[in-house]
Design a protein around this ligand. Sequence first.
Ligand SMILES: *[C@@H]1O[C@H](CO)[C@@H](O)[C@H](O)[C@H]1NC(C)=O
Ligand SMILES: *[C@@H]1O[C@H](CO)[C@@H](O)[C@H](O)[C@H]1NC(C)=O
Ligand SMILES: *[C@@H]1O[C@H](CO)[C@@H](O)[C@H](O)[C@H]1NC(C)=O
Ligand SMILES: *[C@@H]1O[C@H](CO)[C@@H](O)[C@H](O)[C@H]1NC(C)=O
Ligand SMILES: *[C@@H]1O[C@H](CO)[C@@H](O)[C@H](O)[C@H]1NC(C)=O
Length: 230
Amino acid sequence: MLFTSLVSLFLLASPALAQGDISAAHNLTSLVGTWSSGSRNVVTGPGFANPNNRTFIYPPTAGVSYSFTGDGFFESARYRFNGNATDPHCITGVMVWIHGEYTLNDNSSMTLMPFSDGYQQVQDPCAAESNFIEQYNSSELYQSWRIFQDLQDGYKLHLFQFDGSPVAPLFLVSEEPNMLPTRPLRNDTPSFVAQSLIKTNDAASASWTPGGIVSLASTLLTVAVGAFVL
Ligand SMILES: *[C@@H]1O[C@H](CO)[C@@H](O)[C@H](O)[C@H]1NC(C)=O
Ligand SMILES: *[C@@H]1O[C@H](CO)[C@@H](O)[C@H](O)[C@H]1NC(C)=O
Ligand SMILES: *[C@@H]1O[C@H](CO)[C@@H](O)[C@H](O)[C@H]1NC(C)=O
Ligand SMILES: *[C@@H]1O[C@H](CO)[C@@H](O)[C@H](O)[C@H]1NC(C)=O
Ligand SMILES: *[C@@H]1O[C@H](CO)[C@@H](O)[C@H](O)[C@H]1NC(C)=O
């Protein structure tokens, strides 16, 4: 794919830019602000997640968003669909919200270290448990990141995951980071981990209807064609 070859080209052309002597490619504009993919419907902040009661506000389309502050905090919001090769009707919808601290490493990678109040909702119409919410607390390593200026869309942030696969290109939607308070927002005790599966089957009907699945299928197709990881 064209994008894949562009990515390889980029990876070859930029051997380990040291973060210490940050190049123009990295700070064409500041990382600080809110970035959102595609139709920009997924945006971090109070319009996406209510960590106090672990609910989500579902955006109209899938996508991904990251916000960064100048003093080392990040927030990330993701809404994606996973296909099922065996049964094309079994599309899984996943919402993920995390926030915490980020580090720009010397080997030009970026590490996200979430506070322990992150959570995800998984909706899988074909699974025994079709809808559940669980804690999400994995730190994430991005192999590299780069900001471009797109003539049409303005500043564009590319993040590459640890395995080199690109996150969908992110566009700057606000220079002011749109984020929830940058501190742990729940007082989780370790016992939550043991009982992290909260059944929310009642809530499922609102956002997971058979009609919805048809439009999910076309969204999935778009995602697949784009070959980006949301
Ligand atoms: C990029 O980094 C250089 C060196 O740290 C700094 O002087 C410049 O203001 C930065 N540019 C932007 C747009 O942040
Ligand atoms: C969760 O919290 C948000 C924000 O406080 C509120 O608007 C929403 O109604 C709550 N949802 C549930 C299911 O309690
Ligand atoms: C795909 O769907 C089948 C049911 O048709 C299910 O048994 C299987 O676990 C699903 N696979 C994944 C990866 O979700
Ligand atoms: C880059 O640095 C990070 C943080 O120190 C580390 O976790 C990662 O493994 C390093 N990556 C490579 C390719 O060395
Ligand atoms: C969540 O991850 C952070 C960073 O890896 C760790 O400090 C914290 O103990 C974890 N919390 C839980 C409940 O696992």
